[in-house]
Ligand binder design. Sequence first.
Ligand SMILES: [Ca+2]
Length: 196
Amino acid sequence: MKRTLLLTVAAVITVSLPATGGPIMLTFEEPGVPDIIGDFYAPFGVYFDPVWRLTSASGTWPSHSGRFTVSTISGASAGVITFEGPVSSVSGWFTTSSPNRPALYLEAYTGPAGTGMFIALDWIDLRNEGVMVPMEVCSAANDIMSVVLRDSGNGFTLDDLCVQPVPEPTTMSILLAGIACAGLRQCRIGVKGYRG
Ligand SMILES: [Ca+2]
């Protein structure tokens, strides 16, 4: 009876847990996205530094989804995105328009706001105005804490940012493990007691 009760409690807690470990996709079509993105996506563990702005798609600056993208304000040479916890990959779709600049770079770092150790780099040619192009950075060590978009001035947009968080043991998982161990121990004591 006790074992059945324990398993039932564990099952109820398990189905009540939010899904974790899956990729996070930000389309910037979410209701209420402000002009300055900032910490709007904090519930997803994604933080944009203040230079990122919501941008309406147009013919030469298209979106990859819906009506909106994000871009950095004029004059900003870099845009930083920081994560609350470590992630294993970051990808997105980009449009650029700067024929006199060599490339747009997507850099990954082990620390917040572009600090710590450099991990990985992807880049695209800047002369792709009107066409969204994918970029992605990955870490086998699952230790990306921030990414930096960098060129020599403002000339790019970002859409459909996809982040793969690293699953971490949660307090609830530890609690479930404790319940399972307690249940097994109780069963073993019961079996021993029955055998006399
Ligand atoms: Ca979009």
